[in-house]
Design a protein around this ligand. Structure first.
Ligand code: PMP
Length: 438
């Protein structure tokens, strides 16, 4: 060791190329350091043996401060976050196991209980995407051989079914055309026939713009020993939703839509019954990261001890806390009303342009993700490009089965304002004129 320290002090002449340069700079650093004792033990030999072999093939040539484009996100998500949430996000990072971080997590739990309308203490933010929250739902509720009845009217139902199959579960799908929803009778017939462990549906199917009516479904599931799991990624905060009153056992959402937070923390809530079902599993949840019984400890759901499970995206916790505060200031009902008013304003404007909703029944239409049928002779992609290039506005096409057939307009969270609706209508008007439709 002493010999190594000596080498550093004298310069490493024996090494080749860049090694020699680095050896010289190390020498400079150490020479200027008054704290280096004469015979300090510095283990440089390993690093030095690796020098000179680095490839610069992918080295960034012009490192600079990022300048991301600034445009209005009016597609099905993400939406632009509340500026206050963005400001909160830029606060200095804190240690995730510190009392301050736990207090932020506690505040998030309170805020989520309000937005989800639940008293369940098993309410938290999953450090992951909405899709991962769906996976968490499947991973915790399903064991090999378990049955799930799944409403499939678009990509999210399809994905849930795929995830169930991959876990070795039996996916019984209730297929609907895109743009349609299930009737209570259809759900009842399937749940009573199969008595599945889980009935899953999306509250808002963002690939086709439908809202599933959930009235009575919770009672039906409870009466048949079935857990009700619901995806609210594109609806929570924008459409009425009552976790406890509707008897929902597992609900998950996303940060980046109506909640007005950047993506990265997905609201989730489990009922007492759902937690009991996880505890009663024959096999442990096959994902440690997504095991509610493990993640939940860090959120304080299973007692005062809050052991380390993972490092959450601390800055997104800050942003989520702020976004939930904004939602509480506005009030949940006022938020739902705002989303509905903007939805009506949008359709009044689009109808004047001769555009028609993709979802036929008005009562099935989401206010948060609005799907427009692309008229004959109009190129959907050209209009999307026009909106982007000329209006700095992102709108989106269809997804999965609806690709090429529809445009999707998101009216969500911070972006759901009368002014933004006017901008969308103006973009459609000039885009349709450009294609000779108007
Ligand atoms: N479910 C629905 C209804 C969605 O709209 C989305 C996102 N578009 C997801 C799940 C998946 O969310 P994420 O992109 O955050 O994984």
């Amino acid at each position: 060791m002493q010999a190594v320290a000596k080498n550093v002090r004298q310069g490493v002449n024996a090494l080749h190329g860049s090694t020699a340069v680095l050896g010289a700079s190390l020498k400079k650093v150490f020479a200027s350091s008054a704290s280096l004792p004469a015979e300090a033990e510095i283990n440089e030999s390993y690093v030095q043996s690796q020098l000179g072999y680095v490839s610069d093939a992918h080295k960034v040539t012009a490192p600079s401060m990022l300048q991301a484009p600034d445009y209005l996100l009016m597609g099905p998500g993400p939406s632009n976050p509340y500026p206050r949430a963005e400001t909160a996000m830029s606060r200095k990072i804190i240690a995730h196991m510190s009392p301050y971080c736990y207090s932020i997590m506690d505040e998030i739990q309170e805020g989520l209980k309000y937005v989800l309308q639940t008293e369940s203490k098993y309410t938290f933010g999953l450090s992951a995407s909405g899709g991962a929250a769906m996976e968490t739902t499947v991973a915790n509720l399903m064991e090999p051989g378990d049955k799930a009845v799944i409403s499939v009217a678009g990509i999210w139902g399809e994905r849930f079914a795929e995830k169930v199959r991959r876990k070795g579960g039996i996916a019984i799908t209730l297929d609907k055309e895109s743009g349609e929803t299930l009737s209570f009778e259809e759900i009842k017939a399937a749940v009573e026939e199969h008595k599945p462990k889980v009935f899953f549906t999306t509250h808002g199917e963002s690939s086709s713009g439908t809202r599933q009516n959930l009235e009575g479904v919770g009672e039906l599931c409870a009466a048949n020993g079935t857990l009700l799991a619901v995806d609210t990624v594109c609806t929570l905060g924008g459409e009425p939703f009552f976790t406890d009153k509707w008897g929902v056992d597992v609900v998950y959402s996303g940060a980046q839509k109506c909640i007005g937070c950047p993506p990265g923390l997905s609201p989730m809530s489990f009922s007492e019954k759902a937690i009991e079902a996880v505890k009663a599993r024959k096999t442990p949840v096959d994902s440690f990261s997504f095991d509610i019984l493990e993640v939940g400890k860090q959120w304080g759901m299973f007692g005062d001890a809050r052991p380390y499970h993972h490092t959450p995206p601390v800055n997104i916790l800050f942003a989520m806390r702020e976004a939930l505060n904004i939602m509480a200031e506005e009030g949940l009902q006022a938020s739902w009303e705002r989303h509905n008013a903007c939805h009506n304003q949008l359709w009044a404007g689009l109808s004047e342009l001769g555009l028609k909703p993709f979802v036929e029944k008005a009562e099935d239409r989401l206010s948060t993700v609005n799907c427009i049928a692309v008229p004959e002779g109009v190129d959907a992609a050209v209009l999307i490009k026009h909106a982007f290039d000329k209006h700095k506005l992102e709108i989106s096409g269809g997804l999965g089965r609806t690709a090429g057939k529809i445009w999707r307009i998101g009216l969500m969270g911070y972006n759901c304002t009368p002014r933004n609706v006017d901008s969308v209508i103006a973009a459609f008007k000039s885009g349709l004129k450009e294609q000779g439709y108007l």
